[in-house]
Design a protein around this ligand. Structure first.
Ligand code: UGA
Length: 437
């Protein structure tokens, strides 16, 4: 099939490459010339494991190209909208500028029988509005909402082997013409058993925000338990293991630590609350405000614990932060809890050095006032305290004896509860986890 993918960021670039991998002819379109130049040269404009190899592989087949010219969407019969929906400045709602611009820019190039497929995370009601625009331009075209559930760091595998497909079509019917078109697009994963659900537009939009809200709630739940464990002298990691053995609860997303960040969970729960308010259903989601504030409290707690570890004052203390990305295997620093903590420590008088295997260029753009060092050994040199804030493998594998020879005090705060406390303590370190004795 001929496919256009509009928006080539974390979502669209991966989607375009994966659609070509599935055998389709794909054109990726973005307004950012630098991004398009990089992708055209099979270079990923951000770090995502496996993406560059995939770009090289599919570009050599001639099935994937990139351009800034929206007119290149003409001739494709399926058009994926993959642009970002960031939080509005100074407000909780989602900024739909890019979704609207992409759709309006695409409209002159669609033909009868085409389907426009929204993948961006949007407030419920957006699909119905965009569907009207599509129909006004081309009564023979359709708009489908097909939310994306990929995780950064696992984006290629999640796109090629998703755990489900959701198609939101105007009448919510399996018989809708667009359903068979999307079935053709996804024929490879569907034939290997991936389930798919057909719903109406609002249900498909809500599936995505509900899923992210549930994940955020799960993380804040365990972080609230971590607060309680600290007060009671209990261990939240063992508590998570034990409740997670109940398969109605499940162990995934019960890792207590510095909380969730990134370009999705934090802004999605806020946009969801804002939209619920507009719909007169704000009471239904007031609990998400608590989810958000538990999450934010983690960051303040780490600053306080660091002060405690530094004998009551941060002034002039050398703090090394291991990890800047919002999670490992990503260079994304949008709303990164690690960086937010690093910046707060610096503002309170500490001398902060941040290291990360991939995210330092993005981190330096966001917080130019922090000091960065890409060499882990150099970054810990003479540190008064280490903070492990993003659980990259290489930090989990640090040797406490070797690191101990470089720092000036043997103190470590494990913000992701990922190290073995015994191992570090027996090497002479003062080890602090979150929600652990
Ligand atoms: C999230 C969802 O997991 C995806 O399904 C969704 O498609 C995506 O948002 C999106 O809306 O595009 P992502 O933002 O890549 O994916 O990251 P997650 O793996 O969900 O992690 C989010 C944050 O939660 C990270 O900061 C991570 O460190 C934190 N986390 C995760 C915890 O603190 N504890 C856990 O147990 C799990």
């Amino acid at each position: 099939m001929r496919i256009s993918v509009i928006g080539c960021g974390y979502l669209g670039a991966v989607h375009a490459a994966c659609m070509a991998k599935l055998g389709h002819d794909v054109v990726g379109i973005d307004v950012d010339e630098q991004k398009i130049a990089a992708l055209s040269a099979a270079k990923a404009p951000f770090y995502e494991p496996g993406l560059e190899e995939l770009l090289e592989e599919v570009q050599s087949t001639g099935r994937l190209s990139f351009t800034t010219d929206m007119a290149s969407a003409a001739g494709s019969n399926v058009h994926f909208i993959c642009v970002g929906t960031p939080q509005k400045k100074g407000e909780n709602g989602a900024d739909l500028t890019y979704v609207d611009a992409a759709t309006v820019g695409l409209l002159p190039h669609i033909a009868p029988g085409d389907i426009v497929v929204g993948k961006s995370t949007v407030p419920v009601g957006t699909a119905a509005r965009l569907s009207d625009l599509v129909l006004a331009q081309e009564p023979g075209a359709h708009l489908v909402w097909n939310p994306e559930f990929l995780r950064e760091g696992h984006a290629v595998a999640d796109t090629l082997h998703p755990d489900r497909f959701v198609y939101g079509v105007a009448n919510g019917s399996e018989e809708h013409q667009a359903v068979s078109v999307l079935d053709d697009v996804y024929s490879v994963p569907l034939s290997s058993g991936t389930p798919r659900l057909v719903t109406d537009h609002p249900t498909a939009e809500l599936v995505k925000t509900a899923a992210n809200s549930f994940l955020a709630t799960k993380i804040s739940f365990i972080n609230a338990m971590a607060e309680l464990c600290e007060a009671a002298g209990a261990d939240v990691t063992r508590l998570a293991d034990a409740i997670g053995m109940d398969d109605r609860i499940g162990r995934k997303f019960l890792n207590a630590g510095i909380g969730f960040g990134g370009g999705c969970l934090p802004k999605d729960i806020r946009a969801f609350m804002a939209r619920a308010g507009e719909l007169g259903a704000d009471q239904a989601l007031t609990f998400l405000r608590e989810v958000d504030s538990i999450n934010m409290r983690r960051r303040t707690r780490v600053v306080e614990l660091t002060r405690e570890l530094c004998d009551g004052t941060l002034l002039g203390k050398r703090v090394t932060v291991l990890g800047a990305a919002f999670k490992p295997e990503s260079d994304d620093v949008r709303d990164s809890p690690a960086l937010s903590i690093a910046a707060q420590l610096q503002l309170q008088g500490a001398v902060v050095t941040v290291t990360d295997p991939k995210a330092l260029p993005n981190a330096a753009k966001r917080f130019p006032e922090l000091h960065y060092d890409s060499d882990t050994n150099a970054s810990v040199e003479k540190a008064d305290v280490l903070l492990l804030l993003t659980e990259w493998k290489e930090y989990q594998n640090l040797d406490p004896f070797e690191v101990g020879g470089r720092v000036s005090s043997l103190r470590i705060l494990d913000g992701r509860n990922t190290l073995n406390p015994e191992k570090w303590r027996s090497a002479g370190w003062t080890y602090r986890g979150l929600g652990r004795p």
